[in-house]
Design a protein around this ligand. Structure first.
Ligand code: GAL
Length: 736
């Protein structure tokens, strides 16, 4: 029978290339996910993480083999991994965005210690996508995703692909493709049984009772793939952004047809119909306008080595703090934890293969094709994924190569369309959806349909959290304008902006401090005004939103008058504004400029203010159905009033890897971050956990964050923050 163990604890790490046989001197204990070098969040050399390192794991078998095979799966080893076990070395695995699995059985010592080691080359190897030319993102090194150890019988279930069909018809069905592998040296006869049910149902099936293939023979050393269709499916609950119902299918593999269960796998899936048509995108038969943002998988300080909790949090931020309905995993397959959370939240996903503008030689292309396969075979059951990106982002046309990537994707997954992100008009349309990066500051007339805009803004208007207010406001308007265009044009399925979060990049791109400031949130995932351009498009019944896009400091503008109009990003029907105690009137959404947005911004004009006259607080109250539902005030005095400290999670697992974000802000008396509060914040921690990031933090932009990582001991953690002239703050976290 299969049994699986997470294999993330007790690794040894050395930031050098150490031969397999040498001693452990110079190694330190680490837990996975692990970055090969911790870095500051900016101002570092982008060659610092590009080196060869060594990981080792000494282990005894957690249980006897009993005739089974032992597989070790690396979910992400960046960028090229040469794995050895007890002196046997496997061929190098190239590419860190997709998993790989090795059968280590023949090389194991069943009775004593085993040594698994990984020589990890984290340099930008020109033979591996996305490299070969300069790339606008940093590909941080390390065993940065999880490792799993799995026992399987010589014949086992290698892959399950659950394909709900005709879900909107009166007679939906579920097609299940199952790939069985037999690594033994005799043919094996087995039987297959399945059951499925809603994941949240109390009686979600554990035992498979429906025979789908009573006897199947899997040849020695070979694979057998079968496809069966389950019919008589009672009306399923559909998966959608508002109601992301998930199902589980359990597959049992029985020895000799109906003997003992020798393998069992659970597959999560959802019933939904996603279609790109010439006039837009349809989910479950209804036109759905896609509004989204691109996401890079990198984080400040920890590279790409974010544990499940942080991966899941990014999906939550996109859904709840940005209010988008689609995310593009630019420019590579991302963590399964992120995708799982997208499934659970109803956040639609565009996933694509690794690459950035450059196409390499034949060997490089064969790796890109391998990536198409690995991405689809890993992720084809996620209902959130509605399209596969099978071009190298923004590369030139390559007829033969892209004919092949498209054919492979369609063969592996006939249920989803292909896209391929291009950045020039006239590019050959080999895909099912014309996915286009449109940097015109509007939306160009589609030259092909179905049409989806996969990037806009970005380098057209990089914006920092502490930039001049006017720029930050314009940044917010530019995002609104493109969304307004997208919604106003027939035939545009939607638009995915560049990008959700600021990210680390090479010296050639970004601001020179190794950050590209194209996010609507900063690198800590804290909002700029433009974040509310998106969030304010949510219906007020989901959540009322009101953000004044102004620092309310007239003297920071060229003349007192230019602080007006004051933009309010909101989904309210109207707002009332008060300067001091004085009501300025009611203000309504700007439907003239933004005719197609569900919730245009409100432009407050003719407020009774004059530079050099006594300056008063601004208070804006939002109304829905004539009821006040939300308000925001901004202090006129600009005096730092509070140091705020918060954590995203009050509880962490004491597993040496779990992390949460620790946010700190210097705010006015109403809690608004003061963008120009440039101050040193000192952080310290008491208890068995570590802060990752600068603990003497030169704060700019009024807000920033570090991460708290649990050690292996349960207990209570207290984090304290200090800054001159303000009351210290503290917060506690439990480790369980
Ligand atoms: C695009 C590219 C993105 C990013 C962006 C910056 O051309 O696809 O990866 O570099 O520009 O605006």
């Amino acid at each position: 029978m299969r049994s699986a163990y997470p294999f993330n604890q007790g690794w040894l790490y050395c930031a050098q290339d150490v031969a397999h046989g040498l001693s452990d001197d110079g190694f330190v204990g680490v837990t996975l996910p692990h970055t090969n070098i911790p870095l500051p969040y900016h101002n570092f050399d982008d060659r610092e993480y590009q080196f060869v390192s060594t990981y080792r794991k000494r282990f005894t078998l957690p249980e006897p083999l009993n005739g089974r095979r032992l597989l070790v799966e690396f979910e992400g080893a960046m960028t090229a991994a040469t794995v050895s076990i007890n002196g046997h070395t496997f061929p190098e695995h190239r590419g860190g965005f997709v998993p790989f699995t090795l059968d280590i059985t023949p090389h194991l010592d069943e009775t004593s210690d085993n040594l698994l080691s990984v020589r990890l080359d984290s340099t930008e190897r020109k033979d591996i996508p996305p490299f070969g030319h300069t790339v606008d993102y940093l590909v941080f090194g390390g065993l940065y995703r999880e490792v799993n150890l799995t026992y399987v019988e010589p014949v086992y279930i290698e892959n399950v692909f659950v394909k709900p069909r005709s879900v909107l018809s009166g007679s939906p069905s579920v097609e299940v493709d199952i790939r069985l592998r037999n690594v033994g040296d005799t043919d094996r006869t087995v039987g297959l049984y399945v059951a499925y049910g809603r994941e949240d149902a109390p009686d979600a099936p554990a035992e498979a009772t429906t025979p789908i293939a009573p006897t199947v023979t899997v040849p020695a050393g070979g694979v057998h793939t079968l496809s069966v269709t389950l019919t008589d499916i009672p009306a399923p609950a559909l998966w959608s952004p508002d109601s992301p119902t998930l199902y589980r299918l359990v597959t049992h593999l029985m020895d000799g047809g109906r003997g003992a269960t020798i393998d069992r796998r659970w597959t999560r899936f959802g019933f939904r119909e996603a279609q790109f048509k010439d006039d837009g995108f349809y989910l479950n038969g209804q036109r759905l306008q896609l509004m989204g943002l691109n996401r890079h998988q990198n984080y400040p300080f920890i590279g790409a080595a974010a544990p499940a909790r942080l991966q899941r949090k990014d999906a939550e931020i996109l859904k709840h703090e940005l209010g988008v309905n689609i995310v593009r995993t630019s420019h590579y397959p991302q963590s399964r934890h992120f995708l799982d959370r997208c499934d659970e939240l109803g956040l639609i996903v565009f996933e694509e293969i690794p690459g950035w503008q450059h196409i390499g030689d034949a060997d490089w292309k064969s790796l890109a094709l391998r990536d198409v396969r690995a991405m689809i075979e890993r992720d084809h059951n996620h209902p959130s994924i509605i399209i596969w990106g099978v071009r190298i982002n923004e590369s030139w046309d390559d007829h033969d190569f892209y004919t092949e990537t498209n054919a492979l994707a369609r063969q592996l997954d006939p249920t989803r369309p292909t896209g391929g992100v291009r950045f020039f008009m006239g590019s050959e349309f080999l895909e099912d959806v014309y996915t286009y990066n449109d940097f015109s500051n509007r939306i160009l007339e589609p030259e092909n349909t179905p049409h989806l805009v996969t990037e806009y803004n970005g380098h057209m208007f990089p914006t920092k959290s502490w930039d001049h207010d006017q720029r930050r406001v314009e940044h917010a308007h530019r995002h609104l304008l493109v969304q307004n265009f997208a919604r106003g044009m027939g035939g545009v399925s939607g638009a995915i902006g560049w990008c959700a979060f600021d990210y680390n990049t090479h010296r050639e791109f970004g601001a020179g401090d190794r950050i590209c400031y194209h996010g609507v949130m900063d690198i800590f995932r804290l909002p700029k005004y433009a974040a509310f351009s998106y969030l304010s498009q949510t219906p007020p019944s989901v959540r009322p939103v009101l953000q004044i896009a102004s620092n309310w400091k007239a003297g920071d503008y060229n003349e007192g008058a230019t602080i007006q109009p004051v933009t309010v990003l909101t989904n309210c029907d109207y707002v009332e504004a008060f300067v001091g105690e004085k009501l300025q009137g009611k203000f309504y959404p700007d439907r003239e400029t933004y005719a197609h947005l569900p919730h245009p911004p409100i432009m407050m004009k003719d407020l009774d203010i004059r530079l050099a006259f006594p300056w008063h607080d601004l208070r804006v109250v939002g109304y829905v159905n004539d009821q006040p539902v939300i308000e925001q005030s901004i202090a006129a005095d600009g005096v730092p009033a509070r140091l705020e400290l918060s954590v995203d999670d009050a509880e962490l697992y004491a597993d040496g890897a779990d992390m949460t974000r620790v946010i700190f802000r210097i705010t006015d008396k109403y809690g608004n971050p003061l963008q120009y509060a440039v101050a040193v914040v000192t952080l310290d921690v008491e208890g068995p956990a570590d802060l990752l990031g600068e603990t003497v933090f030169p704060l700019v932009g009024g807000q920033a964050a570090v991460y708290l990582r649990a050690r292996h001991e349960a207990g209570q953690i207290t984090i304290r923050a200090n800054t001159p002239r303000l009351t210290p703050a503290h917060v506690t976290v439990n480790l369980v």
